[in-house]
Design a protein around this ligand. Structure first.
Ligand SMILES: *[C@@H]1O[C@H](CO)[C@@H](O)[C@H](O)[C@H]1NC(C)=O
Ligand SMILES: *[C@@H]1O[C@H](CO)[C@@H](O)[C@H](O)[C@H]1NC(C)=O
Ligand SMILES: *[C@@H]1O[C@H](CO)[C@@H](O)[C@H](O)[C@H]1NC(C)=O
Ligand SMILES: *[C@@H]1O[C@H](CO)[C@@H](O)[C@H](O)[C@H]1NC(C)=O
Ligand SMILES: *[C@@H]1O[C@H](CO)[C@@H](O)[C@H](O)[C@H]1NC(C)=O
Ligand SMILES: *[C@@H]1O[C@H](CO)[C@@H](O)[C@H](O)[C@H]1NC(C)=O
Length: 821
């Protein structure tokens, strides 16, 4: 894995012998003998520019001896002397060659020290020592001056100097760096290091050249060399540390792998989701892009690098759409600089979504041609992920249930309706559900066509006067609505079709015939038949066209809700003679006509009749041709007591404690009243003429004591005591004498339809109303409502004495009574 290293062929071998290790220690040793002196050669090394110390032992072997003179020679030329006989500065002499750089130091160990050593100082030095007694001694010292090389420089394969960082190189290419060192004496040793390990060395070769080169070659820059730091050192002495220069290798690394990080949740259509994609190994960090079926997604993604920049993660925030289900989502990691190194990974999108439901009528069915009795099929097509767990069918918004007996077969994909009828027409929908939600189809309208059917199920009787235009309306139910009608007349002459000009289509499913009988033979039986897509009406609508006559008499008259003051009467009308008919009731009390009312319908509400009356009601119908025969009915309005009893038995709910008190008070009041009546009857000359008092009760009697002009509420009435009843009664009696005769009258609904007898004796609440004014059904209903209110007030009166008194006092004063209760 390491590169191989070669010494440069250009190397010039000018090798200096490294004079490592200092031999001058020998010089410091005492010279054993005089004869040995000339052999004793010391060696001293000094770095150019530094200091050199040339030792010279000046001690004598004889104790009494003294040093006289020390002389230094360079290549046998005197250079420096130290004369002990001269005192002061004159003791030292130096040749100018030294330039003042040398100085003798006498202190042991004595030596000559040279500053700022220069290459020319390299020479053989001799130190001559003269003593007073001992013989002269000589020491030889070889001074070697070491010249340091220049700082190494690194060059790349293009001979460009590399400073600090080499590259960037492309992964897996080769690298060649050359460390060049110039100068140095002796020639330096050059080494390449990776971290603390020497990986190449160039031994010094003295070949007279000035340059040393050592190459670093890496044939294949793998990932292991990423940001590796190499150092080139040069040294030619141990006196100073090696010169060094560092270089860091920069490499473009292709992405190693890319992966889409798994999600816990499945992706759902329409819900924002985040996907992450990780690319590893690229330097500089990879650029991650997202692609949907080879089209780059326009959504912005956020990219994050790990601290060591080895991993890059891109977050894609996007909302999946339905159409992206099953498509391929790709994450691509590309290198900014390196082409063809892009790597990618893909996932096939599996999107969850609310079921997509479409409903259609069975493919073999013609939606415009479904007749009653046909079997109908619907197909519910569900697209769903995850699969739907249920399908629900709806008809006109109502959930349908499987009902084989009724011919409704509801499955998850199909709905079968066996033998449809018209009521099954309408809007159908199916709803499929999965965990994402419920998906409902658009409604599909089921049309069921059926032949026209007559809306009226009885034969209508139409009365028409000779030469009078008459309208006959034929209405049918059909789908689709019929366009064609056919009218026929069946009479003694046979059956004949009526010309189409005589009838028109008037609205949906309605034909109107304009018919004018010109003679007796124009009467007969009319039939109307409609035809639509489904066919012709089977059973025609039938009409009996009869000559207009006076109406039939009323029948089955009955009183419903008979009260002490009112009666609700209903009769059944017969044939109206073919003309507009009014219905009359005359209310007679013996020979007196109390009311005479006409209405458009044979139903009346008679009010203000008074209690305990025996009345004769005479009914008839009348049209332009005349009156029907009359029908007579007798009714008796209820007496108060009867009503009282009825109310007690019929109404038990909501009675509070005052109820019992009221009953007791009522009984007591009755007893008191009987006594009073007896007294009054004895005193009275003329009892009310018109009052027969069929039930001689207090209440009936009270009914006769009528006042129209005083307040119905007496202050004493508030006291639920028995005594005040008598008092009240007496005072009332006194006030009311002579009393007004008991009022009679028929009160119809106030706005319309009521009339009163011309000989009615009392008119407190009677309003003059034009006879023959028909009551509209609405006003009729209103009257019934008012009747109910009155009834309630009377009934409640039975529960307390006070109310009883008030209501009985003013039986006809509807307004006054209402204000009191
Ligand atoms: C980058 O990550 C990959 C995979 O974990 C690993 O093999 C590789 O050594 C890493 N490279 C660096 C420079 O950390
Ligand atoms: C139509 O069919 C439904 C269900 O079968 C049934 O309930 C309904 O009574 C039918 N209506 C008519 C008018 O026949
Ligand atoms: C016509 O009326 C006669 C007698 O009422 C009846 O017998 C005949 O069937 C009717 N014809 C049609 C077509 O209604
Ligand atoms: C009258 O009532 C009787 C018996 O309830 C009934 O038979 C008859 O058909 C009714 N008449 C009318 C015209 O409704
Ligand atoms: C009732 O009124 C009608 C129509 O106004 C009238 O013809 C009829 O004679 C009246 N009845 C009596 C008994 O007056
Ligand atoms: C009598 O009148 C009351 C109140 O208006 C009503 O609820 C009830 O049905 C009526 N009875 C009849 C038989 O019409």
């Amino acid at each position: 894995m390491e590169g191989s290293f070669h010494a440069s062929p250009t190397r010039v071998l000018s090798l200096w012998t490294l004079l490592l290790g200092c031999c001058n220690i020998a010089g410091l040793r005492p010279t054993p003998s005089v004869t040995a002196e000339s052999l004793d050669i010391g060696k001293v090394s000094a770095v150019s520019g530094g200091d050199a110390t040339l030792p010279c032992d000046t001690r004598s072997t004889q104790a009494s001896d003294t040093l006289l003179l020390v002389v230094w020679y360079k290549n046998d030329v005197p250079l420096y002397s130290f004369d002990t006989r001269n005192k002061g500065p004159t003791a030292h002499w130096a040749d100018d060659v030294l330039g003042g750089r040398a100085r003798w130091h006498s202190a042991t160990p004595s030596s000559l020290r040279i500053r700022d050593v220069i290459p020319t100082d390299r020479a053989m030095y001799r130190c001559r020592v003269d003593f007073k007694i001992s013989p002269t001694r000589n020491h030889r010292i070889l001074l070697d001056v070491i010249e340091l090389p220049e700082k190494p420089k690194i060059f790349d394969e293009f001979d460009k100097e590399v400073v600090g960082v080499a590259g960037p190189y492309i992964e897996d290419t080769s690298l060649k760096l050359t460390c060049v060192v110039s100068g140095g004496k002796p020639m330096p040793r050059i080494r390449w290091w990776r971290d603390d390990k020497v990986i190449a060395t160039l031994a010094p070769v003295d070949d007279e050249s000035r340059l040393s080169l050592l190459e670093l070659r890496i044939p294949k820059l793998s990932r292991d060399f990423f940001e590796a730091v190499y150092t080139c050192t040069a040294d030619n002495t141990v006196l100073v540390p090696p010169l060094r220069v560092n270089v860091q290798i920069q490499i473009y690394l292709r992405p190693l792998f890319v992966e889409i990080l798994a999600r816990e949740q499945p992706l759902s259509v329409g819900q924002a989701a985040e996907l992450a994609c990780k690319a590893v190994g690229a330097r500089p960090p990879a650029v991650i892009t997202w692609w949907m079926d080879d089209r780059q997604m326009s959504v912005a993604a956020i990219q994050k690098n790990s601290d060591d920049k080895n991993e890059t993660v891109s977050f894609l925030r996007w909302t999946p759409r339905m159409d992206q289900d099953g498509r391929t989502l790709t994450c691509r990691a590309a290198h900014v600089k390196l082409e063809h190194t892009t790597i990618e990974t893909s996932v096939t999108l599996n999107l969850h979504y609310v079921p997509i439901v479409t409903l259609q009528l069975g493919s073999k069915m013609n939606p415009n041609d479904i007749e009653e009795g046909d079997d109908v099929y619907f197909e519910c097509m569900v697209r769903s992920n995850p699969p739907a767990y249920k399908v629900v069918w709806e008809h006109n918004g109502q959930i349908m249930t499987h009902n084989q007996r009724a011919g409704v077969i509801a499955g998850s994909a199909n709905l079968a309706l066996q033998g449809v009828n018209r009521s099954q027409a309408g809007k159908y929908a199916c709803t499929a559900s999965n965990v994402e939600g419920d998906g409902k189809s658009l409604p599909v309208n089921l049309q069921v066509i059926y032949k026209p059917v007559c809306l009226a199920n009885a034969v209508a009787i139409v009365g028409a006067a000779l030469n009078e235009p008459t309208k006959v309306t034929c209405e049918v139910d059909a789908f689709p609505p019929p366009k064609n009608f056919q009218w026929t007349l069946n009479n003694s002459m046979g059956t004949s079709e009526i010309e189409p000009e005589k009838f028109i289509l008037n609205g949906v499913g309605r034909s109107v015939l304009f018919y004018t009988p010109a003679s007796e033979k124009d009467y007969g039986s009319l039939a109307c038949r409609a035809t639509n897509l489904a066919g012709q009406q089977v059973e025609p609508c039938r009409y009996s066209l009869l000559p207009a006559v006076r109406p039939d008499p009323l029948a089955n008259c009955s009183a419903v809700n008979l009260t002490d003051d009112s009666a609700e009467i209903r009769c059944v009308s017969g044939y109206d003679g073919g003309l507009q008919t009014s219905y009359f009731v005359e209310v007679w009390e013996s020979k007196i006509l109390v009311a005479n009312v006409s209405t458009a319908l044979p139903a009346w509400i008679l009010r203000g009749l008074g209690s305990g009356k025996s009345l004769r009601l005479v009914f008839y119908a009348a049209n332009a041709r005349g009156r029907s025969e009359t029908v007579v009915m007798r009714i008796n309005t209820l007496t108060r007591l009867a009503l009282h009893t009825e109310a007690k038995s019929g109404k038990t709910v909501g009675v509070d404690a005052s109820w019992a008190l009221g009953v007791i008070a009522g009984i007591a009041g009755t007893l008191v009243a009987i006594v009073v009546i007896a007294l009054v009857a004895r005193r009275r000359q003329h009892p009310p003429m018109q009052y027969e008092a069929p039930m001689q009760t207090v209440k009936a009697y009270k009914g006769t004591i009528q006042s129209t002009n005083h307040s119905p509420v007496q202050p004493d009435d508030k006291n639920p005591d028995v005594v005040p009843l008598g008092k009240d009664f007496n005072s009332a009696r006194d006030l009311e004498r002579p009393p007004e005769p008991p009022p009679y009258g028929a009160v119809m609904s106030p706005p319309v339809g009521s009339s009163r007898s011309s000989n009615s004796l009392h008119h407190h609440d009677m309003r003059p109303v034009t006879p023959h004014t028909p009551i509209t059904p609405a006003s009729d209903g209103h009257s019934i409502g008012t009747l109910a209110e009155d009834r309630r007030s009377v009934t409640s009166g039975t529960f307390s004495r006070r109310r009883e008194v008030v209501t009985t006092r003013t039986p006809l004063l509807a307004n006054a009574r209402e204000s009191c209760v």
